[in-house]
Write a new protein. Structure first.
Length: 306
């Protein structure tokens, strides 16, 4: 089985290079690295030089925390991998500080054993009375610009919030159901890291290209990359192929892990050497998240196997 790793990156070329090198040691695994257009790509070029079958995304976009451009970056990099002469049968999405914690043979064996499965769980949040979830689509969000990367006067900040509040007048009555072309799509929520078959990857790209109203709605939800793909999948026949589906809603992302182990006590925990035994006891294939250690030799994380 051929696997394409899609990795959305913006920082720490060292951990990206190490994860890429480890994965592509197996002849059936290739890597496609999207470097945020806001970031200098040269350190990534230097770090990944000489690593076999590591390809940079040709269509880079500026990715902002909580913005829809993360979806655009994913789709365009996925499209690039789909166009490769090599026919991948599984596409796994990673994000910058993710790292494989199992051998490549184990990853391939797991994919072979579960051939045809989709690793993208989803929590139904349409029509919910839980404000924790309903605010994700009832409050208008705008993140795809440089506004939050700069310092602003209180007056400018108030104007920004007033603009979003005014825009929210058009979304506050949303029940979390997107309608387009006679179809209805209940919004689902889940972890941004997932893995899908070639058939589903084709479906996701075609859906993105043909559902402009759906895309416009998703541009202004909270954390689109945690809802966009999940909503498409769990409103289609592909949900029957997911590792789990029709699950009751639960709070916190850790209830919706796919192939990653991570901890989310309030924000995603950065794992260190002290977490090694706990990490290796997990059945997950990847860990989120780790970073290079500044004073460590060549900047590699001491906690993880090479």
């Amino acid at each position: 089985m051929n696997i394409a790793i899609i990795n959305l990156c913006h920082a720490d070329p060292g951990i990206v290079a190490r994860a890429t090198k480890k994965l592509t040691r197996h002849e059936n695994i290739d890597a496609y690295v999207h470097v945020d257009l806001k970031s200098d790509i040269e350190p990534f070029h230097s770090a990944l030089t000489g690593i076999p079958r590591a390809y940079f995304a040709r269509d880079r976009v500026k990715v902002y925390w909580g913005g829809f451009n993360a979806v655009r970056a994913t789709v365009e990099t996925l499209r690039q991998a789909m166009e490769s002469p090599r026919k991948y049968e599984l596409f796994a999405l990673l994000q910058n500080f993710d790292y494989p914690i199992r051998s490549n043979d184990h990853i391939i064996e797991c994919a072979e054993r579960n051939r045809g499965s989709e690793y993208i769980r989803g929590c139904p949040i349409a029509r919910t009375r839980d404000r924790h979830y309903s605010r994700k689509y009832k409050i208008y969000n705008q993140r795809d610009d440089d506004f939050y990367l700069k310092k602003h006067s209180k007056q400018r900040m108030y104007l920004r919030y007033a603009h979003m509040l005014l825009k929210s007048c058009g979304t506050v009555f949303s029940n979390g159901v997107i309608k387009e072309g006679g179809d209805s799509f209940d919004i689902y929520y889940g972890a941004a890291q997932w893995a899908v078959s070639r058939e589903l990857a084709e479906y996701l790209i075609e859906f993105y290209d043909t559902h402009q109203r759906f895309n416009r709605v998703m541009e202004h939800v909270q954390f689109p990359d945690e809802m966009y793909f999940h909503t498409i999948v769990h409103n289609s026949h592909f949900k029957q192929r997911c590792i789990k589906h029709d699950e009751p809603p639960q709070r916190w992302l850790v209830n919706w892990r796919n192939l990653h182990y991570f901890e989310y006590p309030g924000e995603i925990t950065v794992m260190t050497e002290k977490d090694y035994d706990k990490i290796m006891a997990e059945e997950a294939l990847f860990i989120r998240k780790v970073r290079t250690i500044p004073l460590c030799l060549r900047g590699v994380p001491a906690a993880l196997p090479t």
